[in-house]
Every structure is written in structure tokens, then in C-alpha cells.
Write a protein of this length. Structure first.
Length: 329
């Protein structure tokens, strides 16, 4: 039980990251309100929390205003994988922009501290490697990924303008690739794609030649970073990178999944999607300095836990949010 009881709102709280955050804060004894419209999430993720007296679920879309009394807000609401956010790109950018306006308006009204889950996608296809927070990015504003990239960039703008103009107490983090239990099996992300394909004995699809790199942060490490950022000093509002600085090629990831699953699946190349970044790795200097944070879970260990989760679930109980075929890595 935390020494200071807080009423905490988590938008997107039934999603992959949201459920882990809800669980952590409920266990600390806070009164947690989970808000989700269930486009890319399912109640399965939070069934274990529903009987808790300090957990509440509200079905709501953040593009519409919220009227609640809370002490803190974590704004995690937005489809976060290309297969989902490109299904309805206009709704995606509305979720980022109108969602930010609505949670910021609520925070201003009730004097709540408000956290924005931004993304490494604000850096686009980076020309600087690794990416520090000072890098302004290389984003295609009219590309297929722009609804997400530019939506998140605009949300950051809104957060800082509310902070400067209205004194709203903000926190902004930029999330790099994260994986772990409770990822949606049909989210189109590279880790879930590879594991599902390997477990089923299907070919593993590699986009491009597999030489593009990513950093993979285990979900427990990321949630620890969230909470440290929210509970940190008010003179450090971010933005701050949260991700694992270990860099792996997509091909290396696929080979590790094959090893850990014992699968005989073959690697099959596919064309590289439009605007898919060739390199992505965080510079964690700021997080280490201000939060004393750095990841602790190695990729092999985290993947083993994630594979165990996917082996334990019944895929027939998961709804595909969309049949949209585009994916990326």
C-alpha cells in the first residue's frame, strides 16, 4: 500500500501497457479508474482486476470529454501498431489530438498531474543514432504512418502549451518498442507476429532484408519508468526516452524466437513497408540522470516470458480489431 492514496485515471487502461500499469497501481492501493473504448483491447486483460474494490472500468472514447475528479492522469489511449492505427487514420489522429485536449482540460480543471505516453515514432526515420530527446525527427507528414507520428507530435505540443500557458503539471515520455505478456496476438507488431507464426509452424515474414534494427524493452521495465516519471520532481517534465538501448536486427529477433520456441518455421522476405524506420534505438542518458532508470530484463529472458504467455492463451477468445492487412516492424 502506498503511503499516499491517490485517485488515478488511466486512459487506454485495458490495453497492453495500460493493464500492466493498472495492475501495478491497484497493488499499491490507489483508486484506479480504467477508461477504454475497446477498439484494440479486450476485457480479458483486466478480468483479474474487476473484483478489486479500488478498480473501476468505464467504457469511453477519449475523443469525447471526461468529467471525473482525480489526482493523476495517465494518457495511454491510442492504437499503437501500424495494422491498427492505419485502419482508420483520421480517428487515430483525433484520438491523439482530441484525446490530449480532453485530458489536459480535465487536468486543468481538477489540478491533476497528467502523463502523456508519446512514442519514438516522433523521431520518424531518424538520421541521428541513437536518438536523444533533443533530436527533432525526420517524419513524413503525409505518409502512411503520419496519422500516428504527427498525432503524437501534436499531442506533445499541446502538453507543453498547457504547461506553459496554464501551469498544468505534465509528464511526457517517448516509448520505444515494448513487448511482454498481454500483447494482443493480432496487433501486427514484430514480436507478437514472430511468436504467433513460430508457434503455429507458419513461415516467419521478414520485411526487407531483416537488417533494420529495433530496441526491445520488456513491459515491466517500461512501467517502472512510467511510475518513476510520474512521481519525480515537478521541475522535470520531459520529454524523456524510455526504451532498451540493446539493438537487434529484425533477423536476429526472428532467429531468437525460433530458438526459444523450437519452431521449424522458415524466414520469408516481404517488401519493406513505406516509411518503415531503418534504425531505432533510444539514448537513455536523460532517463538515467533524472529518474535513475534503465532496463534490467535482457531480451532472451523477456522473450521467454512472452512466449510462455502466448502458449497459455486461447486465440479463439481474441477478437481481431481489423482485417486490415498492412503491417510493419
Amino acid at each position: 500500500m502506498s503511503n499516499t492514496f491517490k485517485r488515478i485515471l488511466i486512459t487506454g487502461g485495458a490495453g497492453f501497457l495500460g493493464t500492466h500499469l493498472c495492475e501495478r497501481l491497484v497493488d499499491q492501493g490507489h483508486d484506479v479508474i480504467c477508461v477504454d473504448n475497446f477498439f484494440t483491447s479486450q476485457k480479458n486483460n483486466i478480468l483479474h482486476l474487476l473484483p478489486k474494490s479500488n478498480f473501476e472500468l468505464i467504457r469511453h472514447d477519449v475523443t469525447h470529454p471526461l468529467y471525473l475528479e482525480v489526482d493523476e492522469i495517465y494518457n495511454l489511449a491510442c492504437p499503437a501498431s501500424p495494422v491498427h492505427y492505419q485502419y482508420n487514420p483520421i480517428k487515430t489522429i483525433k484520438t491523439s489530438v482530441l484525446g490530449a485536449i480532453n485530458v489536459l482540460g480535465l487536468a486543468k480543471r481538477v489540478n491533476a498531474k497528467v502523463f502523456q505516453a508519446s512514442t519514438s515514432e516522433v523521431y520518424g526515420d531518424p538520421t541521428v543514432h541513437p536518438q536523444p530527446e533533443s533530436y527533432r525527427g525526420n517524419v513524413n507528414p503525409i505518409g502512411l504512418r503520419a496519422c500516428y507520428d504527427e498525432g503524437k507530435r501534436c499531442a506533445e505540443t499541446l502538453f507543453f502549451d498547457y504547461h506553459r500557458s496554464n501551469g498544468v503539471n505534465i509528464r511526457v515520455v517517448r516509448i520505444f518498442n515494448t513487448y511482454g505478456p498481454r500483447m494482443h496476438p493480432y496487433d501486427g507488431r514484430v514480436v507478437s507476429n514472430f511468436i504467433i507464426q513460430a508457434l503455429a509452424g507458419h513461415d516467419i515474414t521478414i520485411y526487407g532484408d531483416g537488417s533494420q534494427t529495433r530496441s526491445f524493452c520488456y513491459v515491466d521495465d517500461l512501467i517502472e519508468g512510467f511510475i518513476r516519471m510520474m512521481n519525480g520532481p515537478d521541475d522535470f517534465v520531459g520529454p524523456v526516452n524510455l526504451g532498451n538501448a540493446g539493438e537487434f536486427t529484425i533477423k536476429e529477433l526472428a532467429e531468437l524466437v525460433l530458438e526459444l520456441t523450437g519452431s521449424k518455421s522458415k524466414l520469408v522476405p516481404r517488401p519493406l513497408p513505406s516509411d518503415d524506420p531503418l534504425q531505432r534505438r533510444p539514448d537513455n542518458t536523460v532517463a538515467k540522470k533524472h529518474l535513475g532508470w534503465e532496463p534490467t530484463v535482457p531480451l532472451r529472458e523477456g522473450l521467454a516470458k512472452t512466449i510462455e504467455y502466448f502458449q497459455s492463451i486461447d486465440l479463439t477468445k481474441f477478437r481481431k480489431p481489423t482485417d486490415y492487412a498492412y503491417t510493419g516492424q
